[in-house]
Design a protein around this ligand. Structure first.
Ligand SMILES: C[S@@+](CC[C@H](N)C(=O)[O-])C[C@H]1O[C@@H](n2cnc3c(N)ncnc32)[C@H](O)[C@@H]1O
Length: 296
């Protein structure tokens, strides 16, 4: 339900519409100014048009910088929490991964079992910390809807979901090492801090932490081709568009590790490889795991 729907329903039943206070959270380095400058004015105008035909719409927006793996808000102050495509980012690369995953940059099929276990353990620690922190901040009966990039339920964590995008990136980085554009040592010490959980893994952590009851848990999928065609009229996937999406997500990590000067080359090669491999991987899909919970 959108904010304007809530506004309309309360007016229809003769009640005063509620005032909304919305807090936007991201890491300290996020450019909150760009959201306030480029997105917020349009959002407020649209809301005003939809809700009150020119009257003031009571919706106040503020930014809260910091990691969601720690406390962000005062106790018992939130009524609804939404997180989208963020909780698969784990808080750090575990030591075992740094030591044992030198030839890969993620959970690859060639990664040792200790690497897969270490990624999963880090996800469990982080996700239960997130649940504990939010459980202190949300009121009893408050709700959370979390969508995370995940897996359908396949037990093999390195065969599903977003693994393919990182396999392609690993291929690009190895090519660049071979061409002398990147130091091999740099590649060995690079790992992506993401874990894509299955619905069962999400369910187990929510139940183990114990503060929330699950209302609904589901998976949904979006294919690469659909994603790349969202704004296009042809059926031909736009691999540059997919490559730009992967760049938006991974560039901060890559440029910090390898230096900003190689970014254009990395992503030019990335779309070339995607294009060449597209006939082999036509059904590559992103899997979303969404859970809706209520604070006990
Ligand atoms: C893929 S973007 C998703 C953005 C938006 N929620 C959406 O659905 O389009 C992931 C965001 O999570 C943020 N993020 C990652 N780890 C975080 C953490 N520990 N605390 C707060 N934000 C984090 C990143 O900075 C990034 O902006």
């Amino acid at each position: 339900m959108t904010l304007s729907n809530v506004w309309k329903i309360t007016l229809e039943i003769g009640q005063q519409p509620p005032e909304f206070q919305i807090h936007l959270n991201d890491l300290n380095g996020n450019d909150f100014n760009s959201i306030f400058r480029d997105n917020l004015p349009m959002f407020q105008l649209e809301l005003r048009d939809e809700t009150s035909r020119g009257q003031f719409s009571p919706c106040f927006v503020s930014a809260v910088p910091g990691s969601f793996y720690g406390r962000l808000f005062a106790a018992n102050t939130l009524h609804f929490i939404h997180s989208s495509y963020s909780l698969m980012w784990i808080s750090k690369i575990p030591k075992e991964v740094e030591l044992l995953n030198k030839d890969n940059i993620y959970m690859a099929s060639a990664s040792p079992q200790q690497v897969l276990d270490a990624y999963y353990n880090q996800f469990r620690i982080d996700f239960s910390t997130f649940l504990r922190c939010r459980s202190e901040e949300i009121v009893s009966g408050g709700r959370m809807v979390l969508t995370v990039l995940g897996r359908r339920g396949h037990e093999d964590a390195c065969r599903e979901g977003c693994c393919y995008i990182w396999e392609v990136l690993a291929l690009v980085l190895k090519q660049m090492v071979a061409e002398g554009l990147i130091e091999e040592e740099k590649l060995h010490s690079f790992n992506i801090p993401i874990y894509t959980p299955s619905p069962r893994e999400v369910e187990e952590e929510v139940e183990k932490e114990g503060s929330f009851g699950i209302n609904h848990l589901e998976t949904s999928e979006i294919s690469w081709a659909d994603l790349s065609n969202e704004f296009r009229s042809t059926d031909e996937p736009d691999w540059h568009y997919v490559s730009r999406g992967v760049r938006a997500v991974s560039e901060p990590l890559l440029s910090e590790h390898f230096g900003g000067f190689v970014m254009d080359q990395i992503f030019e090669k990335y779309s070339e490889i995607l294009h060449d491999c597209s006939t082999k991987e036509p059904e590559t899909k992103f899997v979303n795991v969404t859970v809706s919970v209520t604070r006990n």
